[in-house]
Design a binder for this molecule. Structure first.
Ligand code: AMP
Ligand code: MG
Length: 484
C-alpha cells in the first residue's frame, strides 16, 4: 500500500551499472522518529495523515521500503583537500526520485543507512548530533533563500555508533534536486569511456538544464551554466557568513545547491580567515577562500568535459580555460552587487568598492559581529552595543549616509532592500550546540524551537531576540568535526 503518496520515477537507477550499485538500506534495531518536516512533505505532496508515527519511523529508517523505490548507492570520486580519491555513497542510499505535485523531480536519500560497496572501512552509519545539525542548517539555508538540499526527517536507529565516544545512531532523509556532483563527473571521466561521459552530460542536461539541450556545444554550455550557478551560490554564502568547511569536489552539486553539511558553520565575528573545521589545518576552506576554491572545483569539472568540448585536445583545453577564466570578473560583479544590496545602495558609484571594503576592514579590526553590524545599520535600536559608537565607525557611517543620498529614493525603499538580504537571525554556533546537547539527552523542544525561529530569518519577531546574540566571549575557539 502507498499510504504516504510516494510517486517514484527512478531515472538514475535506469542508467548502466557503472554509475551505481543496487543495495538496500540495512535495517535498524529500534527506529524512533525525532523530526519530520511537514512543510516540506506538503511541498512534495507526501501525505502523512494516514500513517502512525511508528510507520513513519519504519519508512524513514529504511526498515520498510517505500513503494516504487529502487535503492542504490551512487558511484563518485572527488578531490578531498586537493587529493583525488575514489569515493561513492559509503553511508547513504538513494531510494529513488519522487515527483512532486508541481511535476518537480527530487532525490530521496537516506543518510546513515548502513554499509554499501563504497563504505571502505566505514560503518555506513551516522550519529544523531550531526544529522540534526544538517537538518537545522540546511533548513535554515532554505529559509535564507539559498539553494540547498532539504531535510525531511530524522530517525534514531536505537543502535550505537562508535566514534571518539559512543553516540546514538540516526538516519537523515535528504531531499535534493539531484545528487549529481562534480565528483560524479570525475568518476566517469577517470574511466576514460567517452560514451559514459556523454550519457552523464545528456542525463544532467535533460534533468537540470533542458534549455541547453539543443545547443551546439553542450559540454561548454553546461560548464558556463554551472560557473554562474556556483558563483551565485558562493555569493549567497558570503552574504550570510556561511562557511561550508569541506568544499571537496564530491561536495559540489551540479544543480547549484549547497550540499553536505559536515563541519559547516556561520561566522560570528568578522574575520575573513575564519575556519571552523578541525581538519582544515591550512585554511583551504576559510571564509575568504571560498570563491577561489569554487573556481578550482569548477576547473576540475571542466577537465572532465575536455573530450566532449572539442575533438582536438589542445583546442578543448583552450576553450575550457577561457571559460573558467570568466569566473573572476563575474564573481567580482555579483559580489559587489550583493554587498550594495546589504548596504541598501541603488545604482553604482565609483567609490562603492572602497566604501564596502572599509566597512569590512573596520569590522575585522574591531571584532564586530558580521550579521549584527548589518542589523544595526538597518535599525540603530538593535542591541545597544558600544562598538557602534566607535569614532571610525561613525565616520564610515557618515560616508554611507552620503552615498545613500545618491539613491534618489526613499529610506523605505532602501531599507526594504536591506531587510530582504540581511538576516536578523542565523544558526549561531553556540545555539546549535546548545540544542544538540538537549537533543542528545532526549529533550527535543529547544531544537524544535530553534528550527521554528530559523524559518523566518528576515522577520522581526519576539522569538528571534534570544537568538541574535553572539556567543559569550570565551577563549575557546569554536570547532566543528568531520567524519560525522
Ligand atoms: P563526506 O565527508 O560526508 O563528504 O564523506 C566523504 C566520503 O566518506 C563519502 O564517500 C562518504 O560516503 C564516506 N563516509 C563518510 N562517513 C562514512 C561512514 N561512517 N561509513 C562509510 N562511509 C562514510
Ligand atoms: Mg560528501
Amino acid at each position: 500500500m502507498n499510504k504516504i503518496n510516494w510517486n517514484f520515477n527512478n531515472t538514475y537507477f535506469s542508467l548502466s551499472s557503472s554509475f551505481k550499485e543496487n543495495i538496500n538500506p540495512v535495517p535498524v534495531k529500534n527506529p524512533e522518529l525525532v523530526l519530520i518536516n511537514k512543510t516540506l512533505a506538503s511541498e512534495l505532496n507526501l501525505n502523512f495523515s494516514k500513517v502512525t508515527e511508528k510507520e513513519l519511523s519504519e519508512v524513514f529508517s529504511g526498515n520498510s521500503l517505500p513503494n516504487g523505490s529502487n535503492p542504490i548507492a551512487q558511484a563518485y570520486a572527488g578531490h578531498q583537500f586537493g587529493h583525488f580519491t575514489m569515493l561513492g555513497d559509503g553511508r547513504a542510499i538513494l531510494m529513488g526520485e519522487h515527483i512532486s505535485k508541481n511535476n518537480e523531480r527530487f532525490d530521496i536519500q537516506f543518510k546513515g543507512s548502513g554499509q554499501t560497496p563504497f563504505s571502505r572501512n566505514g560503518d555506513g552509519r551516522a550519529a544523531l548530533g550531526p544529522m540534526l545539525r544538517e537538518y537545522i542548517i540546511s533548513e535554515a539555508m532554505h529559509s535564507l533563500n539559498i539553494p540547498t538540499t532539504r531535510s525531511l526527517a530524522v530517525v534514531k536507529t536505537g543502535e550505537d555508533v562508535v566514534r571518539e565516544s559512543i553516540l546514538q545512531g540516526a538516519i537523515l532523509t535528504r531531499v535534493a534536486s539531484s545528487h549529481l556532483r562534480v565528483g560524479t563527473f570525475q568518476y566517469v571521466a577517470m574511466r576514460k569511456n567517452e560514451s559514459e561521459l556523454k550519457t552523464l552530460v545528456d542525463y544532467t542536461i535533460e534533468r537540470h538544464y533542458p534549455n541547453i539541450k539543443k545547443s551546439k556545444n553542450k559540454a561548454v554550455d553546461l560548464l558556463k551554466v554551472l560557473i554562474e550557478l556556483q558563483i551565485d551560490l558562493v555569493v549567497n554564502w558570503m552574504r550570510v557568513g556561511f562557511i561550508h568547511g569541506v568544499m571537496n569536489t564530491d561536495n559540489m552539486s551540479i544543480s547549484g545547491e549547497t550540499i553536505d553539511y559536515g563541519p559547516c558553520a556561520f561566522m560570528d565575528t568578522y574575520d575573513p580567515k575564519t575556519v571552523f573545521s578541525s581538519i582544515d589545518e591550512f585554511g583551504r576552506y576559510a571564509y575568504f577562500n571560498q570563491p577561489s576554491i569554487t573556481k578550482w572545483n569548477l576547473a576540475r569539472f571542466a577537465e572532465c568535459l575536455i573530450p566532449l568540448i572539442d575533438p582536438k585536445k589542445e583546442k578543448a583545453i583552450e576553450i575550457a580555460t577561457e571559460t573558467i577564466n570568466s569566473f573572476d570578473k563575474s564573481y567580482e560583479t555579483k559580489w559587489i552587487n550583493m554587498m550594495r544590496d546589504k548596504l541598501g545602495l541603488f545604482g553604482q558609484d565609483s567609490k562603492d568598492q572602497v566604501l564596502i571594503i572599509d566597512l569590512l576592514t573596520w569590522m575585522h579590526k574591531n571584532k564586530a559581529d558580521y550579521t549584527n553590524t548589518f542589523c544595526f545599520l538597518m535599525d540603530e535600536n538593535f542591541q545597544h552595543n558600544k562598538i557602534y559608537n566607535n569614532e571610525n565607525f561613525l565616520i564610515w557611517k557618515k560616508r554611507w549616509k552620503e552615498r545613500l543620498k545618491l539613491n534618489n529614493s526613499t529610506p523605505e525603499k532602501y531599507l526594504s532592500l536591506m531587510k530582504s538580504v540581511n538576516p536578523l537571525v542565523i544558526p549561531r554556533n553556540h545555539k546549535v550546540e546548545e540544542v544538540l546537547e538537549y537533543a542528545n539527552n532526549n529533550d527535543f523542544s529547544p531544537l524544535k524551537k530553534l528550527i521554528n525561529v530559523l524559518e523566518k530569518p528576515y522577520e522581526k519577531t519576539k522569538e528571534n531576540i534570544d537568538y541574535q546574540y553572539p556567543a559569550p566571549v570565551s577563549d575557546k575557539k569554536y570547532k566543528t568535526f568531520c567524519g560525522t
